[in-house]
Design a binder for this molecule. Structure first.
Ligand code: FES
Ligand code: FE2
Length: 344
């Protein structure tokens, strides 16, 4: 499946960058599903429009914020200074005595919002809200922002990996997996309009800094997992430990193009900085994430939705359900699955 070719994916919200990236008062470019867009902090919140000036095609992200436009700041083009509002319409033509009368059109406008400390964009009218993460609003939980980085991995590969209980023993043998126990416990899946919830358990070892982060001396522990998958490329995986610690790992694989994703990851934990310093939490998750990255970046990336092209085993159920749901979503919107051209 080629994400940029599936038009319905333009109608979902994706986190693109931490909100701090817009705080500097400059426009910031981003490539979302192959579309070059530019973001800035407008009067009423973040704004996102096509990163191409409708006058002579200059990159608006090389421009500046014009605070003299009423209700600004508007985004000014670096070439001739035309300025555009959050709706993409031209608000100022410095060469004219007044904005050009009767000028139609403008830069294409996208939906932008801020939530969880991140800037979110939907290229076209969204068909689903920004995913709800209840723990974000629960007292006693803190948020730690972890990663914002580009991987050469398509969203579906990362999503199926995040729900793949069989890879823990192998890919994460150095960090928490148990190589001698490769057979994962079965999981249950409950379908939701927005994706599914997977419930399961995984025994893990407490290696390295884990004992400190989990506040335990035990050599192993049990993760009780409630993994929420949000169509198409986001998950929030809640893990409850016997010690009472809960952490919720939020990961979005925001599609940059067919092969690459912007990995946006943050975590909620019901402990304190004194219990587990954010720096150590991030360092441990960095190790784990890099273990996945090595495998995923070297895996084939035009992931088939059909069941016949790759082989499967029972523990692949979450990834299989993702393929079914994505195929159903495409069918519902009258789309065929797009694939790379194949040689016979
Ligand atoms: S190209 Fe942007 S104002 Fe002329
Ligand atoms: Fe993993």
């Amino acid at each position: 499946m080629l994400a940029t070719k599936q038009k319905v994916f333009r109608r979902f919200w994706y986190p693109v960058m931490p909100k701090a990236h817009l705080a500097g008062g400059k426009p910031v470019p981003f490539r979302l599903m192959g579309w070059d867009i530019v973001l800035w902090q407008a009067k009423d919140g973040p704004a996102a429009i096509a990163d191409q000036c409708p006058h002579r095609g200059a990159k608006l992200s090389l421009g500046f914020l014009d605070h003299e436009v009423p209700d600004g700041p508007a985004l000014a083009c670096p070439y001739h200074g035309w300025a555009f509002g959050a709706d993409g319409r031209c608000r100022k033509v410095p060469q004219a005595h007044e904005p050009l009368r009767g000028m139609k059109g403008g830069a294409k406008r996208h939906h932008a919002a801020e939530r969880y400390g991140w800037i979110w964009v939907a290229l076209e009218d969204p068909i689903a809200p920004i995913p709800d993460i209840p723990e974000a609003a629960l007292p006693g939980f803190r948020q730690i922002d972890e990663f914002h980085e580009e991987w050469a991995v398509p969203g579906l590969r990362l999503m199926e990996n995040s729900f793949d209980m069989a890879h823990l023993s192998y890919v994460h043998a150095e960090s928490f997996g148990i190589l001698a126990e490769p057979r994962p416990a079965p999981v249950e899946i409950e379908h939701k309009p927005w994706g599914f919830v997977m419930r399961g358990e995984a025994p893990v070892t407490n290696k390295g800094v884990s004992k400190e982060l989990l506040k335990t001396d035990a050599e192993r522990t049990l993760r009780v997992i409630e993994g929420r998958w949000f169509l198409p490329f986001m998950r929030a995986s809640r893990i409850d430990y016997p010690t009472g610690l809960t952490h919720v790992l939020v990961t979005a694989a925001t599609p940059i193009d067919d092969r690459r994703s912007m990995i946006c990851q943050w975590v909620y934990r019901n402990d304190t900085e004194a219990d587990a310093p954010a720096e150590k939490v991030i360092a441990f998750d960095r190790q784990v994430t890099n273990e996945d990255r090595l495998i995923l970046e070297s895996s084939s990336w035009d992931v088939p939705l059909s069941m016949s092209e790759e082989l499967h085993m029972p523990s692949d159920k979450p990834g299989i359900e993702m393929r079914r749901r994505l195929a159903a979503l495409l069918a519902e919107h009258g789309e065929e699955e797009a694939r790379l051209p194949r040689e016979e």
